[in-house]
Design a protein around this ligand. Structure first.
Ligand code: M6R
Length: 359
């Protein structure tokens, strides 16, 4: 039930610290060792390329997962939109492994791909929130997201759970392969820091409500920009904002705006800039100046180590690869308040269903 909450979306955003702790309990032993079913770890470790297939928010979680898996498991990853992949299979590697990300486990576009994967007798894993769902039953393996029922149409806690579960798999596979990066990756501690950081962010939600009131109340459009994993979160932030508030929002690689889209920046256009990547933080600051000088109202969500006093949201510092777990929270809250402040039905945006069982 919603309890004292007006909408499930906010309840589900608030539940994220608890989901991170639950995942830590599920996937780590008392000794602190990562615990993933041995057959899954072996099958992934043997593969020469991972294909992640999903739709919508789950696809965006896959884009973050690619960065984490390549870093800690050292396996190349291709992320595909299931709806495209299903009818235009790329040339596969010799030992492919397929991962399906799906909150519901029922998405028709993903089922089309899995059907063909099974026809070719290739190994697959579904990461899903719903035990016994179709994609779970039809795949070789399953890992559960442990996020609890997600009711709001806009996915929030399943997105962060998908990122965390991909990190758990990456660490387990990397360790199995004897990789130093994976052994050094203190994921259990990172998940604890993430849970604490998420709590801090949800406790500070009024600040995000103020930002939504100040910058998003009357706008027709908006942009999210970022580089590296922040680019992936920019895409998700944009989807979240548009699906619940109907503000036309695009997510962009920060440097790419100036190759055309900057033409859309006018006086008062909101731009949300995400900065967590040490390698490109200064460059993104430059991109912020470019849009500010053209009149944009910029909101910044920045990791503590790179933050300046006047940044709007300062994110508790975690590993760069884990930073999407925190950056997502103010992005989700911003979408929530933009929608609620307009008097919209946050949980049931027009034209959308919770699970999309048609192609
Ligand atoms: O259940 P799934 O994760 O397979 O659903 C995929 C998308 O339909 C879903 O993420 C959709 O984009 C949400 N409305 C996003 O908030």
């Amino acid at each position: 039930s919603k309890g004292t909450y007006e909408f499930y979306m906010l309840k589900e955003i608030d539940e994220q610290p608890a989901v991170m702790r639950r995942l830590s309990q599920t996937y780590f032993g008392a000794d602190g060792d990562v615990r993933v079913e041995q057959s899954i770890v072996d099958a992934v470790a043997e593969s020469d390329r991972i294909y992640i297939l999903a739709a919508g928010t789950s696809y965006h979680a896959g884009l973050v997962g690619k960065n984490i898996i390549e870093k800690y498991a050292d396996i190349p990853v291709e992320v595909g939109l299931a709806s495209e992949f299903g009818y235009h299979f790329p040339k596969l590697s010799k030992k492919p492994f397929f991962i399906f990300l799906s909150q519901s486990g029922e998405t028709a576009d993903s089922r089309v791909v899995l059907k063909q994967v099974n026809e070719r007798n290739l190994p697959s894993l579904t990461m899903t929130n719903v035990e016994g769902s179709t994609l779970s039953r039809e795949a070789t393996y399953t890992m559960l997201l442990e996020a609890g029922p997600e009711i709001a149409v806009a996915s929030t806690k399943a997105y962060t759970a998908q990122i965390a579960v991909q990190a758990i798999l990456a660490k387990a596979v990397g360790e199995k392969k004897g990789l130093q990066d994976a052994k050094d990756f203190d994921l259990k501690n990172q998940l604890a820091l993430v849970a604490e950081g998420m709590q801090e962010l949800v406790d500070g939600k009024e600040k995000i409500d103020e930002l939504a009131k100040k910058y998003l109340a009357n706008t027709r459009n908006a942009f999210y920009i970022g580089r590296g994993v922040d680019y992936a979160v920019a895409l998700e932030g944009a989807l979240k904002l548009k699906e619940v508030s109907y503000i036309e929002t695009e997510g962009f690689a920060a440097a790419e705006l100036k190759h055309g889209t900057i033409a859309l920046i006018e006086d008062g256009t909101p731009v949300i800039a995400l900065i967590n990547d040490p390698a490109t933080a200064d460059l993104t600051r430059g991109n912020i100046q470019e849009v500010e000088s053209r009149g944009a109202n910029v909101m910044t969500f920045v990791g503590k180590d790179f933050a300046r006093k006047d940044d709007d949201v300062i994110l508790p510092q975690v590993d760069y690869y884990m930073s999407p777990l925190l950056t997502a929270v103010p992005a989700q809250l911003l979408a929530y308040y933009a929608s609620k402040n307009k008097g919209l039905d946050v949980d049931k945006p027009r034209n959308l269903a919770k699970s999309v069982t048609v192609e």
